[in-house]
Design a protein around this ligand. Structure first.
Ligand code: GTP
Length: 463
């Protein structure tokens, strides 16, 4: 009968998929089931009689739990990690209670472990997913407040660095003029480690218009030619808005594992981040295009009067803070009406364009040239030394005088300009005063015979 009971108890213990163990009062293993052999990788004969704590990643914590069970009579859901001889770790929760001998004294502990590795992994993944979503939301919020593309790049970069920890990557923007992707920002490496410029054709992600992942597991995806040899698995995330290419995010990433579901998760994160970045960049590029249109004169491509007024106010404030001087020069083409009257309006336009081109080439540093209206231009130069700027402006006048312009088969007459100059703070402290004084000086130049430069009179009143 006793044998029957023992055999019944053994069958029950062996039937359990959870590791079960009895431990003596001295901390030696007295009995185990086969689930314990499996989780430790150690055969039963070797386990029995050995110190129970040595099979855990943290033996001290295991001994503390054992003592707790001894003093309290039991412990529930005590977290430990069992280390297999292969190095594989199994996260477990222990439930243990004391057992007593015939006299009622505590003889040892009976402990049952529950494998919570999958649960823990799911928990970690959930926490990571929440963190990722928070980061992407934060990035989206910040991107919505950006006013320029340049402000958006560091935000996208910061989010990607955190989303793909330990990654190497780069943000490329498409330069429409040269049809090339230009590295705007890089992380996790020196910029020289990434290709600085390449064409969209060299990237499979750009060609396919979707995320391209290569060098991952068994993937047959081809490696893009912009990727340097010997790099880790990588992702190319094209930034396309309304099927217009804006740029590319390149991420060289140590994927958490080669498991398909892990790879799929990383792809989803990349897609969510790219969606947000794509929308924000599309809005910003549209806004920049509109802004550019609103500040340029369509005929000459120079800045327009509206932009001049905005910049001049800003620059005057800057000059007053740093105590430097600024020059406003009004440049007006002499007898411009003759070009229109004698050669037609298109010839007049040609003269305006060529003069504007020459003036644009004359710029140095932060000089700004704008078309003020009609045949009148304004040059603003900051942080000047008056003598030098007057010399440069007169050199501009001479250069215009030397222009040789043709329209169709006609050689056009010589183009000359008159220039009126006002200097901050000598001739005025604000935009209106300076423009008025420059205009008055221009009038004097015209009256004096044109094709000359006149500086505003220090004594005169702008009013
Ligand atoms: N072709 C062309 N002509 C323009 C444009 N804007 C203004 N004009 C013309 O420019 C001429 C300016 O002439 P005026 O202001 O009389 O002066 P001017 O002939 O330059 O003579 P001064 O300034 O006195 O030397 C006018 O005939 C305008 O119609 C433009 O965009 N294209």
């Amino acid at each position: 009968m006793k044998n029957l009971k023992t055999s019944y108890a053994r069958s029950l213990i062996e039937a359990s998929l959870d590791p079960l163990v009895t431990i003596s009062a001295e901390g030696k293993i007295m009995d185990v089931n086969s689930a314990t052999e499996k989780v430790t990788g150690v055969p039963r004969q070797q386990l029995i009689g050995s110190d129970f704590s040595t099979y855990f990643t943290d033996p001290q914590k295991a001994r503390d739990g054992y003592r707790l069970a001894f003093s309290q009579g039991k412990v529930t859901d005590y977290p430990l990690a069992i280390c297999h001889t292969s190095g594989q770790i199994t996260e477990v929760m222990y439930n243990a209670s004391v057992y007593r001998d015939d006299k009622g004294d505590v003889a040892g502990i009976f402990a049952a472990a529950r494998d919570v590795t999958a649960l823990k992994k799911a928990q970690t993944e959930l926490e990571a997913a929440i963190l990722h979503m928070q980061l992407i939301r934060e990035m989206t919020d910040l991107l919505q407040s950006c006013q320029k593309m340049d402000e958006a790049y560091p935000i996208i970069k910061a989010a990607l660095v955190r989303l793909f920890a330990d990654s190497v990557g780069g943000l490329y923007m498409l330069d429409a003029a040269s049809n090339s992707l230009v590295l705007a920002d890089a992380w996790g490496c020196g910029e020289s480690e990434l290709e600085a410029v390449f064409t969209p054709d060299e990237c499979w992600g750009m060609r396919r218009g979707c995320i391209h992942m290569a060098r991952v597991g068994q993937s047959i995806n081809p490696v893009c030619s912009h990727v340097k040899p010997g790099t880790s698995p990588y992702l190319c995330i094209p930034l396309l808005a309304h099927s217009r290419a804006l740029g590319l995010i390149y991420i060289e990433h140590r994927f958490t594992s080669g498991h398909p579901e892990d790879i799929q998760r990383e792809l989803s994160i990349a897609e969510a981040a790219a969606d947000s970045a794509r929308l924000a960049l599309a809005n910003l590029s549209l806004r920049e295009e509109l802004h550019e249109l609103s500040i340029r004169d369509p005929l000459t491509g120079l800045f327009n009067r509206r932009f001049l007024e905005e910049v001049l106010d800003r620059e005057l404030l800057r000059m007053s803070r740093c105590g430097k001087m600024l020059a406003v020069a009004m440049v007006d083409i002499d007898h411009f009406k003759i070009f229109n009257d004698n050669y037609g309006h298109d010839a007049g336009d040609e003269v305006l364009k060529k003069t504007a081109q020459l003036m644009n080439g004359f710029r140095e540093g932060s000089d700004m040239v704008c078309r003020f209206g009609g045949e009148e231009f304004v040059v603003v130069t900051t942080e000047i030394q008056p003598d030098k700027i007057l010399q440069r402006l007169d050199a501009l006048r001479v250069a215009i005088e030397s222009l040789s312009l043709k329209f169709g088969n006609h050689q056009l007459p010589q183009v000359t300009v008159s220039i009126g100059v006002a200097i901050y703070p000598v001739h005025g402290g604000n935009r209106l005063d300076l423009l008025t004084r420059a205009d008055q000086a221009l009038y004097v130049a015209k009256e004096a015979g044109r094709n000359r430069l006149v500086v505003a009179d220090e004594e005169a009143d702008p009013g």
